[in-house]
Design a protein around this ligand. Structure first.
Ligand code: HEC
Length: 106
């Protein structure tokens, strides 16, 4: 798990050399448009992924729960702003993204 995350972070870091103090988003998150609303270490339209990771730390059902939530969209956990459905994200990509998010706080 840790090596995957480190790999993702390194890959993301290589994509955008220099700049931002916040942790860079993985390429997949950029390709799938998550970055339009999410960042790591700061809140955007959607919640800071670091806070998401902290919230679900130790929750064994989080991966399944969040995968479905992101695919279908939803509202009410972080505020009044809804997340639209993300139908273009494949199950494999979703697993990669959610694993990444949940791994941030470990
Ligand atoms: C148009 C803006 C927008 C986009 C694009 C978006 N999100 Fe979100 N996201 C939100 C908002 C707003 C929330 C808070 C929803 C809530 O309060 O229930 C959220 C919540 C989340 C959560 C936490 C859900 C929970 O129930 O705690 C995760 C994980 C997440 N997004 C991942 C993603 C991923 C992965 C992508 C890309 C495939 C993505 N988001 C794309 C706006 C967005």
């Amino acid at each position: 798990m840790k090596s995957i995350i480190t790999g993702l972070l390194v890959a993301a870091g290589l994509m955008v050399a220099g700049g931002a103090s916040a942790v860079d988003m993985p390429k997949l998150a950029k390709d799938r448009g998550c970055v339009a609303c999410h960042a790591i270490g700061k809140k955007g339209v959607g919640p800071d992924w670091m806070e998401v990771s902290q919230k679900y730390k130790g929750d064994a059902t989080a991966e399944a729960k969040l995968s479905e939530k992101v695919a279908k969209g939803g509202v009410g956990v972080w505020g009044k702003m809804p997340m639209p459905a993300n139908p273009k994200v494949t199950p494999a990509e979703m697993k990669e993204l959610i694993t990444f998010v949940l791994g941030l706080a470990k």
